[in-house]
Structures are given as C-alpha cells and as structure tokens.
Write a new protein. Structure first.
Length: 136
C-alpha cells in the first residue's frame, strides 16, 4: 500500500554524509574571488550529502535536496543550514529526486568552535528518509 509516507514498513529514502570543518573558504563569482568566514568563535561544518529516493512516489513529485530539510545535531542542539551554503564552491542547485534517483550535494552549517560530535538529521518531507552509511 502506498501513501504520503510511502510503503508501510519501508523507507522513502536514504542518505549518507561526510562532515568536515573549516573557519573559512574561498568562492568565485564573475571571475572575482571572495572569502566566506565563520563568525567569531564559530566554525563551518560542511556536510557532503548523498541522498537517494529509494521508494517514494507519493503526493509530492519526489524527494527534494532542500538544505532546510537537514539539521546538524550537536549535543541535542539542532542547527539549521547557514547562508554560506549558497556561496560554497561545491554548492549545487536544488533538485527533486524521482524514485530510484541519487544525488550528491553540499550543505554548510555554522557551529561553535571545538564542536567534535555532530550528526546530520533529516527533518523534511516526505518522512521516513533515514541515514544509511552503506549507501552506494
């Protein structure tokens, strides 16, 4: 049975990610290079995410790669993506993944310096999009 939340007992999608941190990064617009720097006392956490629509074909067109759908959980505090996401050199336009499609993209978060334990979480639509470290 298929509904807005996908098949009963199944997942709509899966994601895996790799986190790295930096206090600044360069980006280029129109041949000019600029530097994006984290606020004082903070660092950027750059999440390289692979998202796959494994089974969703409900009311929505598919699963979106919207950065608003991901939160970075640091000790129970959930951070939204940072506006620096859109200037990061690995930024890709948002797309919608049809059933079976997979896409890799980058989302940037800003967290306090010294952050060592963080986990990326799905907080979007559809539900039942889960972490899978073995996603290929």
């Amino acid at each position: 049975m298929m509904g807005d939340d996908g098949p009963i007992g199944g997942n709509n999608g899966e994601y895996k990610y790799y986190l790295s941190s930096t206090t600044s990064f360069n980006y280029t617009i129109g041949g000019s290079t600029f530097t994006e720097t984290a606020d004082a006392g903070n660092t950027f956490v750059v999440a390289k995410i692979t998202l796959k629509n494994t089974n969703y074909s409900g009311v929505l067109d598919g699963i979106d790669t919207n950065p608003f759908y991901f939160k970075l959980n640091v000790g129970g505090v959930k951070y939204n993506h940072d506006i620096a996401t859109y200037s990061h050199p690995d930024y890709k336009d948002l797309v919608t993944l049809a059933k079976g499609a997979k896409y890799t993209f980058t989302v940037v978060f800003q967290v306090p310096l010294g952050t060592t334990n963080a986990a990326l979480e799905w907080d979007g639509l559809p539900s039942k999009v889960v972490y899978n470290s073995a996603l290929v």
